[in-house]
Design a protein around this ligand. Sequence first.
Ligand code: URA
Length: 188
Amino acid sequence: MSKDLQLDTIKEKCEQCKKCNLYKTKTNTVFGTGSGNAEVMFVGEAPGEKEDLSGIPFVGAAGKLLDKYLEFAGIPRDSVYIANILKCRPPKNRDPLPEEEDACIDFLREQLSVIKPKVIVCLGRISAMRIIKPDFKITAEHGKWFKKGAYKIMAVYHPAALLRDPRKKEDMAEDFLKIAAELSENDD
Ligand code: URA
Protein backbone atom coordinates (compact mmCIF):
# COMPACT_ATOMS: atom_id res chain seq x y z
CA MET A 1 0.00 0.00 0.00
CA SER A 2 1.34 3.49 -0.81
CA LYS A 3 2.28 5.76 2.06
CA ASP A 4 -0.60 8.12 1.21
CA LEU A 5 -3.10 5.25 1.42
CA GLN A 6 -1.62 4.11 4.74
CA LEU A 7 -2.03 7.66 6.04
CA ASP A 8 -5.66 7.70 4.86
CA THR A 9 -6.32 4.54 6.90
CA ILE A 10 -4.85 6.10 10.06
CA LYS A 11 -6.82 9.28 9.36
CA GLU A 12 -10.10 7.36 9.23
CA LYS A 13 -9.29 5.77 12.59
CA CYS A 14 -8.37 9.18 14.03
CA GLU A 15 -11.69 10.68 12.89
CA GLN A 16 -13.55 8.06 14.95
CA CYS A 17 -11.39 8.53 18.06
CA LYS A 18 -13.10 9.09 21.43
CA LYS A 19 -10.08 8.50 23.68
CA CYS A 20 -10.35 11.97 25.23
CA ASN A 21 -13.19 14.48 25.51
CA LEU A 22 -12.11 16.79 22.69
CA TYR A 23 -14.16 14.89 20.10
CA LYS A 24 -17.26 16.32 21.81
CA THR A 25 -16.38 19.95 21.04
CA LYS A 26 -14.42 19.69 17.77
CA THR A 27 -15.86 20.61 14.37
CA ASN A 28 -13.31 18.62 12.35
CA THR A 29 -10.40 16.35 13.15
CA VAL A 30 -7.17 17.99 11.97
CA PHE A 31 -5.09 14.95 11.09
CA GLY A 32 -2.27 16.43 9.03
CA THR A 33 -1.47 17.44 5.45
CA GLY A 34 1.32 16.84 3.01
CA SER A 35 2.99 14.07 1.13
CA GLY A 36 3.57 10.62 2.59
CA ASN A 37 7.04 10.93 1.07
CA ALA A 38 7.87 14.16 2.91
CA GLU A 39 11.46 14.58 4.07
CA VAL A 40 10.53 16.86 6.92
CA MET A 41 7.62 16.76 9.33
CA PHE A 42 6.58 19.93 11.16
CA VAL A 43 4.69 19.27 14.39
CA GLY A 44 2.67 22.01 16.08
CA GLU A 45 0.66 21.96 19.25
CA ALA A 46 -3.04 21.66 18.48
CA PRO A 47 -5.55 23.01 15.97
CA GLY A 48 -6.87 26.53 16.46
CA GLU A 49 -10.24 27.87 15.34
CA LYS A 50 -9.48 28.16 11.60
CA GLU A 51 -7.93 24.68 11.60
CA ASP A 52 -10.92 23.21 13.45
CA LEU A 53 -13.28 24.75 10.90
CA SER A 54 -11.27 23.65 7.84
CA GLY A 55 -9.75 20.36 9.04
CA ILE A 56 -6.32 21.56 7.81
CA PRO A 57 -3.37 22.39 10.10
CA PHE A 58 -1.77 25.84 10.12
CA VAL A 59 -4.20 27.70 7.86
CA GLY A 60 -4.64 30.72 10.17
CA ALA A 61 -2.29 33.66 10.76
CA ALA A 62 0.43 31.42 12.27
CA GLY A 63 0.19 29.14 9.25
CA LYS A 64 0.63 32.00 6.81
CA LEU A 65 3.83 32.92 8.65
CA LEU A 66 5.01 29.29 8.51
CA ASP A 67 4.46 29.34 4.72
CA LYS A 68 6.56 32.51 4.51
CA TYR A 69 9.52 30.91 6.29
CA LEU A 70 9.29 27.75 4.16
CA GLU A 71 9.42 29.93 1.07
CA PHE A 72 12.24 32.07 2.48
CA ALA A 73 14.36 28.95 3.16
CA GLY A 74 13.48 27.41 -0.23
CA ILE A 75 11.87 24.36 1.36
CA PRO A 76 9.34 23.12 -1.20
CA ARG A 77 5.81 22.51 0.07
CA ASP A 78 5.79 18.99 -1.38
CA SER A 79 8.79 17.98 0.78
CA VAL A 80 6.86 18.87 3.93
CA TYR A 81 4.20 17.18 6.07
CA ILE A 82 2.45 19.25 8.75
CA ALA A 83 0.67 17.85 11.80
CA ASN A 84 0.03 18.62 15.44
CA ILE A 85 0.44 16.78 18.76
CA LEU A 86 -3.36 17.00 19.24
CA LYS A 87 -5.68 16.30 16.34
CA CYS A 88 -8.72 18.01 17.92
CA ARG A 89 -8.99 21.64 19.03
CA PRO A 90 -8.90 22.33 22.76
CA PRO A 91 -11.78 24.70 23.64
CA LYS A 92 -10.75 28.38 23.51
CA ASN A 93 -7.25 27.28 22.39
CA ARG A 94 -6.19 26.38 25.93
CA ASP A 95 -2.97 24.37 26.30
CA PRO A 96 -3.35 20.62 25.73
CA LEU A 97 -3.86 18.58 28.91
CA PRO A 98 -1.31 15.82 29.56
CA GLU A 99 -4.04 13.17 29.29
CA GLU A 100 -5.13 14.58 25.92
CA GLU A 101 -1.56 14.36 24.64
CA ASP A 102 -1.26 10.80 25.97
CA ALA A 103 -4.51 9.82 24.26
CA CYS A 104 -3.48 11.35 20.92
CA ILE A 105 0.25 10.71 20.63
CA ASP A 106 -0.08 7.27 19.03
CA PHE A 107 -1.57 8.90 15.92
CA LEU A 108 1.58 11.01 15.57
CA ARG A 109 3.73 7.91 16.13
CA GLU A 110 1.83 6.13 13.37
CA GLN A 111 2.21 9.11 11.03
CA LEU A 112 5.95 9.11 11.69
CA SER A 113 6.29 5.38 11.16
CA VAL A 114 4.65 5.68 7.72
CA ILE A 115 6.35 8.88 6.56
CA LYS A 116 9.76 8.23 8.15
CA PRO A 117 10.93 11.82 7.60
CA LYS A 118 14.63 12.60 7.83
CA VAL A 119 13.93 15.61 9.98
CA ILE A 120 11.27 16.55 12.55
CA VAL A 121 10.73 20.21 13.39
CA CYS A 122 8.79 21.00 16.56
CA LEU A 123 6.83 24.23 16.24
CA GLY A 124 6.96 25.76 19.70
CA ARG A 125 7.56 24.75 23.28
CA ILE A 126 4.64 22.38 23.80
CA SER A 127 5.59 20.21 20.83
CA ALA A 128 9.28 20.27 21.82
CA MET A 129 8.48 19.28 25.41
CA ARG A 130 6.56 16.28 24.16
CA ILE A 131 8.89 15.20 21.34
CA ILE A 132 12.39 16.22 22.49
CA LYS A 133 12.36 16.37 26.31
CA PRO A 134 9.97 17.45 29.07
CA ASP A 135 12.24 20.26 30.31
CA PHE A 136 12.87 21.77 26.86
CA LYS A 137 13.60 25.51 27.01
CA ILE A 138 12.55 27.10 23.73
CA THR A 139 14.47 30.39 24.18
CA ALA A 140 17.76 28.64 24.95
CA GLU A 141 17.40 25.54 22.80
CA HIS A 142 15.56 26.51 19.60
CA GLY A 143 17.71 25.93 16.52
CA LYS A 144 19.74 23.12 18.12
CA TRP A 145 19.73 19.62 16.64
CA PHE A 146 18.77 16.65 18.77
CA LYS A 147 19.04 13.03 17.69
CA LYS A 148 16.41 10.42 18.59
CA GLY A 149 16.69 7.07 16.87
CA ALA A 150 16.81 7.72 13.13
CA TYR A 151 15.46 11.26 13.44
CA LYS A 152 17.23 14.59 13.57
CA ILE A 153 14.96 16.92 15.50
CA MET A 154 14.97 20.68 15.96
CA ALA A 155 12.51 22.98 17.68
CA VAL A 156 11.83 26.49 16.41
CA TYR A 157 9.61 29.18 17.87
CA HIS A 158 5.90 28.69 17.32
CA PRO A 159 4.94 31.05 14.46
CA ALA A 160 2.26 32.58 16.72
CA ALA A 161 5.06 33.65 19.11
CA LEU A 162 6.54 35.74 16.28
CA LEU A 163 3.25 37.54 15.86
CA ARG A 164 3.44 38.51 19.54
CA ASP A 165 7.19 39.28 19.51
CA PRO A 166 8.62 40.25 16.10
CA ARG A 167 12.16 40.38 17.59
CA LYS A 168 12.18 36.58 17.31
CA LYS A 169 11.94 36.75 13.51
CA GLU A 170 15.70 36.86 12.93
CA ASP A 171 16.25 33.69 15.01
CA MET A 172 13.42 31.99 13.15
CA ALA A 173 15.00 32.84 9.78
CA GLU A 174 18.37 31.43 10.91
CA ASP A 175 16.74 28.24 12.19
CA PHE A 176 14.89 27.69 8.90
CA LEU A 177 18.14 28.10 6.97
CA LYS A 178 19.68 25.38 9.18
CA ILE A 179 16.75 23.08 8.40
CA ALA A 180 17.08 23.75 4.66
CA ALA A 181 20.84 23.07 4.83
CA GLU A 182 20.25 19.76 6.59
CA LEU A 183 17.67 18.72 3.99
CA SER A 184 19.93 19.54 1.07
CA GLU A 185 22.84 17.71 2.75
CA ASN A 186 20.66 14.62 2.97
CA ASP A 187 19.97 14.86 -0.78
CA ASP A 188 23.61 14.15 -1.65
N1 URA B 1 -1.18 26.34 16.00
C1 URA B 1 -0.79 25.05 16.06
O1 URA B 1 0.00 24.65 16.92
N2 URA B 1 -1.29 24.23 15.16
C2 URA B 1 -2.12 24.60 14.18
O2 URA B 1 -2.51 23.74 13.37
C3 URA B 1 -2.50 25.95 14.15
C4 URA B 1 -2.02 26.81 15.06
